[in-house]
Ligand binder design. Structure first.
Ligand SMILES: *[C@@H]1O[C@H](CO)[C@@H](O)[C@H](O)[C@H]1NC(C)=O
Ligand SMILES: *[C@@H]1O[C@H](CO)[C@@H](O)[C@H](O)[C@H]1NC(C)=O
Ligand SMILES: *[C@@H]1O[C@H](CO)[C@@H](O)[C@H](O)[C@H]1NC(C)=O
Ligand SMILES: *[C@@H]1O[C@H](CO)[C@@H](O)[C@H](O)[C@H]1NC(C)=O
Ligand SMILES: *[C@@H]1O[C@H](CO)[C@@H](O)[C@H](O)[C@H]1NC(C)=O
Ligand SMILES: *[C@@H]1O[C@H](CO)[C@@H](O)[C@H](O)[C@H]1NC(C)=O
Ligand SMILES: *[C@@H]1O[C@H](CO)[C@@H](O)[C@H](O)[C@H]1NC(C)=O
Length: 559
């Protein structure tokens, strides 16, 4: 029996000791705060954000580090100590890094842990990223940089003094909790440090916090505007490559979303065979206009592309805009150029043809054209032939004789049906020469002047002007008078032989004037077809002759 009661006692005792150890390490609810990153050598005053604000006794709040109690914690001269719920680090060391807990056990015995992580960096790390209290990048030009709140709290608590630094250089005369910068520019960018100098138990301590100021340029997100394509249709050549330009304007200084892309029948082009899209964005300087461009390359335009709908999509941060484009067939540029060149060639060719064959053409068309003026002309001779009869060498005289008596009548009279009055052939001997010449001249429609210029200059010297000669001179005089003064007949000049060294100077002034107006026709004596009606020479003569030969019936009435 005694054994049993003794055993019970042992069990009771074990149970009670286990209860005791549980109260020594109570289960507490946790409350965490963001970690603090601090610099070695500085002071840090910390009150947990969630700990209710009141004056705590040293028994109410106990401080632990990594779950082990911090000793000597209430000695105000200790490097680390606590006071009424607050924790003081008077000169931070790297090895102070760790987890700190303020444990609060209230009257009802409820326990709560207020945890915080503290990390201490070497003094040389000042200004590095984890030590910065966020950055200020508002786009307003007037900026306010607040001193980081733990530093501010410390300064409030201990009546400390603020000093401000930019990139660790003192900013003179700034002792407010907020640093103000008016009309901020890019030059104001940098790391701003607020140092609070405070006194605790008659000793001076420093606490600092830094922020980075980033100058953000003004950005304007405008409604997306499609710059290209501007037309609904674009011409394209089937079988050729074409590039389509989708260009969109998103706003000023847009650094976020500004995309341009092509859709074919609503489908992205990225994976399509034969289509290739390249995109790029630009920001124009100094206007900062943000433009994105997508160039769609169609390797070879095919029939289905003319049916397809091409859509240029512009996507901005807030808006999206579209422009549709369809391709239209164009007659090949090359074909158009060929056609234009052909037409030009044909025109030039026709012009040349007309120029070369104007006379042939005129002769050819003569019978078909109405020539009223000629029909009303009742003169009985087509031409009055005058020629030089004096001061000639034998060869020239023979040539002239042959031309006047054989060639001229055989071609113009026999083959072409003209009536000529040839001086020396058609004048009846014994007739009144003056009356005859006058009469025949008025009855002739043309004056055919045959020039023989083969004779030397001495001849011209001996006979300064031809009209001095008795025989030929009168004809010439009357003929030129009719042609030049009365303008009744036009003159056809035919030249036999070469032009002499003195040219036409020995001829009468009136004749020289006519020669200047139209060059004489050279009789190609040696030419094979000289006597043929269709030779170039005779065509030119016929062209100058009346269109319709004088009628035979008129002959009777005149003579
Ligand atoms: C922890 O908090 C819960 C409710 O949030 C509460 O019910 C519980 O009693 C608390 N525990 C302690 C040990 O305070
Ligand atoms: C805490 O105690 C100080 C004096 O030690 C006193 O001035 C202050 O008013 C007290 N605060 C509260 C919340 O009781
Ligand atoms: C406290 O704990 C952290 C991680 O839990 C560890 O890195 C650190 O060394 C500890 N400090 C001490 C003093 O034990
Ligand atoms: C703060 O500055 C004022 C004068 O600028 C000085 O009188 C005061 O002692 C300073 N306080 C600390 C805590 O340094
Ligand atoms: C506090 O900072 C000022 C300037 O930043 C320095 O001159 C002074 O020595 C520092 N004091 C302590 C105790 O570190
Ligand atoms: C695309 O169109 C835009 C606006 O018309 C123009 O500025 C740009 O030069 C074009 N790009 C190409 C590659 O044609
Ligand atoms: C698309 O075009 C780019 C540039 O013109 C070229 O580098 C790329 O190889 C092309 N891609 C295809 C699939 O043709």
């Amino acid at each position: 029996m005694m054994d049993a009661s003794g055993l019970l006692l042992v069990i009771f005792a074990v149970m009670s000791t286990s209860e005791c150890s549980e109260t020594a390490e109570p289960q507490c609810n946790d409350s965490d705060q963001y970690p603090f990153y601090l610099l070695e050598g500085e002071a840090f005053y910390f009150v947990h954000l969630n700990l209710p604000k009141r004056n705590y006794s040293n028994e109410e709040v106990t401080w632990h580090r990594n779950n082990s109690r911090i000793e000597n914690i209430y000695d105000e001269n200790e490097r680390i100590h606590c006071h009424g719920g607050a924790l003081f680090f008077l000169n931070l060391l790297i090895e102070d890094s760790g987890f700190y807990t303020a444990r609060l056990i209230d009257q009802s015995g409820k326990c709560k842990n207020y945890n915080v992580k503290i990390e201490v960096f070497e003094a040389s790390r000042r200004g590095s990223t984890p030590l910065l209290w966020g950055s200020i990048d508002t786009s307003s030009t007037n900026k306010r940089i607040p001193c980081p709140h733990p530093v501010e709290d410390t300064c409030e608590m201990f009546g400390g003094n603020y000093t401000w630094y930019k990139d660790f250089n003192l900013l003179q005369g700034n002792h407010e909790d907020n640093l103000r910068i008016d009309s901020a520019t890019k030059q104001h960018e940098g790391i701003y440090t607020c140092i609070c100098t405070w006194t605790h138990n008659n000793k001076v301590y420093n606490s600092s916090g830094s922020r980075e100021l980033i100058f953000k340029e003004q950005a304007a997100y405008l409604e997306v505007e499609i710059l290209s394509p501007t037309n609904k249709e674009q011409f394209a050549d089937e079988g050729f490559q074409i590039k389509l330009n989708c260009s969109v304007f998103c706003g000023i200084n847009v650094k976020t979303v500004c995309d341009a892309t092509w859709l074919i029948n609503g489908v992205q082009v990225n994976q399509m065979d034969g289509y290739n899209q390249t995109t790029y964005g630009i920001m124009e300087e100094p206007s900062k206009k943000t433009i994105s461009t997508a160039i769609l390359t169609i390797e070879t335009v095919s029939a289905k592309d003319f049916q397809a709908e091409f859509k240029c999509a512009g996507k901005g941060l807030y808006t999206t805009n579209y422009a549709t484009l369809s391709l239209k067939k164009r007659e090949s540029m090359i074909r158009m150029v060929i056609a234009a060149v052909s037409v030009l060639f044909i025109c030039v060719f026709v012009a040349l043809l007309v120029k070369c064959f104007a006379i042939d053409l005129a002769l050819l068309l003569r019978p078909y054209l109405p020539l009223r003026s000629h029909r009303e002309d009742t003169r009985s001779y087509d031409a009055y032939v005058v020629y030089e009869t004096q001061s000639m060498d034998v060869v020239a005289e023979e040539t002239l004789c042959r031309f006047v008596t054989q060639t001229l009548p055989s071609v113009l009279e026999e083959k072409c049906g003209y009536r000529l009055f040839i001086h020396g052939r058609d004048d009846i001997p014994g007739e009144d020469r003056v009356a005859l010449v006058e009469d025949s001249m008025t009855q002739s429609r043309r004056l055919l002047v045959i020039l023989t210029l083969g004779s030397g200059s001495e001849v011209a010297d001996q006979h300064p002007s031809l009209h001095d000669s008795v025989t030929g001179g009168f004809d010439w005089q009357v003929g030129l008078h009719h042609a030049l003064v009365q303008r009744e007949m036009s003159v056809i000049l035919i030249q036999l032989g070469e032009t002499g060294p003195q040219g036409y100077k020995h001829l009468p002034i009136g004749l020289q004037h006519l020669i200047r107006k139209s060059a004489p026709l050279r009789w190609p004596e040696s030419s094979r077809d000289a006597a043929a009606c269709n030779s170039r020479f005779w065509k030119r003569v016929r062209y100058l002759m009346p269109a319709v030969p004088a009628k035979k019936c008129q002959k009777a009435s005149v003579i």
